[in-house]
Design a protein around this ligand. Sequence first.
Ligand code: SF4
Length: 400
Amino acid sequence: MGIPMLQAARIGAYIFKQHVTRRKRYPLVLMLEPLFRCNLACAGCGKIDYPAEILNQRLTVDQCMEAIDECGAPVVSIAGGEPLLHKEMPQIVEGYLKRKKFVILCTNALLLMKKIDDYKPHPGFTWSIHLDGNQVMHDKSVCQDGVYEKAVEAIKLAKSRGFQVSINCTLFNDADPEQTADFFDEMKTLGLNGITVSPGYAYERAPDQQHFLNRTKTKELFRGILRRGRGGRDWPFTQSTMFLNFLAGNEAYACTPWGNPTRNVFGWQKPCYLLGEGYAKTFRELMDDTEWDKYGVGNYEKCADCMVHSGFEASAVAHTVRNPIKAASVFLRGVRTEGPMAPDISIANQRPAQYVFSSHVEKKLTEIRRTKSAKHGPSARPAASAGTGEAGSQPTVAAE
Ligand code: SF4
């Protein structure tokens, strides 16, 4: 699988320690969103639909370091928005590497060729290039022609400079198993270090709500893909074997939202990377005050179709720790892609969705304007139009 030995050993030791000390809830990967601004406007993205004043916000280097010091996760995945638009990104990466964290820098790669000299290869550092399939699939997914070509060029450049490079691939309901398997084969020939794959999550603010997968379709799609690659053994997936087994419908897991806690310009996001139902000021407050039992498949309508790695990878890892022989057997034989699927969690008693996006946006805007007015006086005006924040509105594209 596509995880370097050093990383696997250090993360394994961290998990072992959590289990020995009987820590009930612990983070595995800090999901850092230091900005929401992006230089693309993908139809399936639920992260860029904010007014300009919020898109202009950045987490500082100090805030990014405080986030990892607070939560202590061994891995940081930096997403956004587009992280390469953040001027201090090289310092943020360096700060995490100095703290001996594994850093995954997720990018659409449009700025990678311009910015690559700001970074150095390091065993703890991996570029994760967004690629949702072959040229046709990806350019359609990001709503812009030519992006696939630039991403592949960037992968080749980064590999030639000695970097570790993986791709992150989100699949929607129009994904074809044959084409996706061929795409993974092609990516392997580029010498990629890893492939992170996930079904798309239907963000309530995503402009395109038509192309998300439900659970049954997700499992069928992943069975179709994995059977074309010896149960997944042909490709260097970065995820655990048991997570792939879950995607193929052979396991039914409850999610572990605290496994990948999210820190962004609003604070610590409750309950997970995918849902913004509230924000905590500190990691401790997130862990102590979130009503975790109100979320997850079977508990909440917005969770019904979710099978995303940020929610379920930590569940798969915990299952692996408890069942090492079973996990080793799936690893050696490959994921089963035929036969009955594990019965899923019932959603009969889930609570209905609550829509709280606008109230968080309003609260944040008030806070930004109050800070600005305290700094520059009451006549200070917003630097750019606040926008409507309505789904489908296009973000202003800024190259920094
Ligand atoms: S199932 Fe878990 S990870 Fe997925 S949206 Fe719900 S709380 Fe978040």
